[in-house]
Design a protein around this ligand. Structure first.
Ligand code: PMP
Length: 418
């Protein structure tokens, strides 16, 4: 089988028939070399400075690290570098050591884990939560445990990959991103056919940075007797008056059945959680295999507890983030870039053509700007873009440098709206 590397994407290598695993890996490696030779394989670049607004990065083909403006981190409030968060992590490791030693059911449940469960539940004005070691696992494990072959998951097509994975054992129906008419049609079609019907949405969508119309979606799910789950990984700590995310924006805290999320973004660490009614959470603690049979996060979760507290104790970080978002977004619009409908700290510059996006990413790197070119399958084939995440700790000088670099790229290869 011939694959045209010029037109290929990662997905084309997922299932090449008649190839054994080494042959499949070999042809994929060839494709990676092809991208690398063009300077378009800027994935997995090594940082020796963490994930801040400025990053020391080893660019492929270069012999030493370079200092770049970093626009790739979801550490929105900059808490990975906050002295109080670091202090909490170090203190917990001094006291408890570096690992939990077991899964929560059989010895790996420490006072920090107990406190974190309560903290994240009360952050969303609820009482019960379960922890997972990543946000990805929180989604994949939870939906897998709750939805079976008699049920249906109705997904906004732009939900995170982990939600799709969690729904492999149930029926899946997707609807066009944020399209309420199609959601209603899917709910109507499913009405008498399935036992549990669960609509699953993101609060903030990870590639477009736009928000779910939560109030209208809730109205529809209630009307059709469906459950509602929301993954607000990118809205938590960023959206709403006090950073409780899209649920706060619509004041619908108690209304949704499941809130899922991650500690890897605003909460400056790694890990995931689900907040829900007590009977569901207890069910998951003893039925969800990824929780039951997998070791708990390390005692470094103490840093997450502090980061959650800081959202309330130091609200100026969120104010600073929004100043940056508004300034940068307007700057991009002023130079003709298409930022779509973003209403969060995720800023896409939509380009369309995947090759042009790869080239834009390379040219930005050349100008000292580290962004992520996003192509299919993360977004639709003709919807490639440069994706950036802003942080409270970006300076105006860093944002201005980035805006100048976009003007340069536009001049070189034409990426503005025409
Ligand atoms: N949900 C969304 C919307 C995400 O963007 C991500 C990760 N980028 C996840 C879940 C998974 O979170 P984690 O990185 O903690 O696995």
């Amino acid at each position: 089988m011939e694959i045209d590397f010029e037109k290929a994407s990662f997905k084309d290598f997922e299932n090449i028939k008649d190839y054994d695993m080494y042959a499949r890996a070999a042809i994929f490696n060839k494709y990676l070399n092809f991208l690398d030779n063009k300077g378009h394989l800027n994935y997995r670049m090594e940082s020796i400075s963490g994930c801040g607004p400025e990053m020391d990065i080893l660019i492929p083909g270069k012999s030493k690290h370079e200092t770049l403006v970093g626009l790739v981190s979801n550490d929105y409030l900059g808490f990975t570098q906050h002295p109080k968060v670091k202090e909490a992590v170090v203190g917990a490791i001094r006291k408890y050591g570096t690992g939990a030693g077991a899964s929560p059911a059989i010895g790996g449940h420490f006072s920090y884990h107990e406190k974190l469960e309560k903290k994240i539940a009360s952050f969303f004005r609820r009482d019960n939560a379960i922890l997972y070691t990543t946000g990805y696992t929180a989604n994949s494990a939870t939906f897998q445990s709750l939805l079976q072959k008699e049920d249906i998951a109705i997904l906004d097509m732009a939900v995170h990959a982990s939600v799709y994975e969690g729904c492999q054992l149930t029926n899946i129906k997707t609807f066009l991103h944020n399209n309420l008419e199609l959601l209603e049609r899917a709910l109507g079609d499913a009405k008498d056919k399935y036992r549990n019907k669960m609509v699953i949405i993101d609060g903030v969508y990870s590639q477009d940075g736009d928000l779910a119309p939560l109030d209208k979606i809730l109205e529809l799910t209630k009307h059709y007797g469906a459950y509602l789950a929301i993954d607000d990984a990118h809205g938590t700590g960023v959206i709403g008056k006090t950073g409780r995310g899209v649920l706060e924006l619509y004041d619908l805290f108690g209304e949704v059945d499941l809130i899922t999320g991650t500690f890897s973004k605003t909460f400056a660490s790694a890990g995931g959680y689900v907040v829900a009614r007590p009977e569901l959470i207890r069910f998951l603690k003893f039925q969800s295999r990824q929780h039951l049979f997998s070791a708990t996060s390390t005692p470094a979760v103490a840093g997450i507890i502090k980061a959650i507290e800081l959202v309330d104790e130091e609200p100026h970080w969120m104010d600073k983030l929004w100043q940056n978002v508004n300034y940068f977004k307007q700057g991009l619009i002023d130079i003709g870039m298409d930022v779509g409908n973003t209403a969060s700290a995720i800023i896409p510059v939509k380009i369309g053509d995947p090759k042009k996006s790869g080239e834009a990413g390379r040219l930005l790197l050349e100008q000292g700007i580290y962004t992520n070119p996003i192509i299919y399958p993360a977004v639709a084939k003709k919807n490639a873009r440069i994706r950036m995440s802003l942080m409270a700790t970006h300076t105006k000088a860093q944002l201005d440098k980035t805006l100048n670099a976009f003007e340069y790229v536009d001049h070189k290869i034409g990426i503005s709206k025409t």
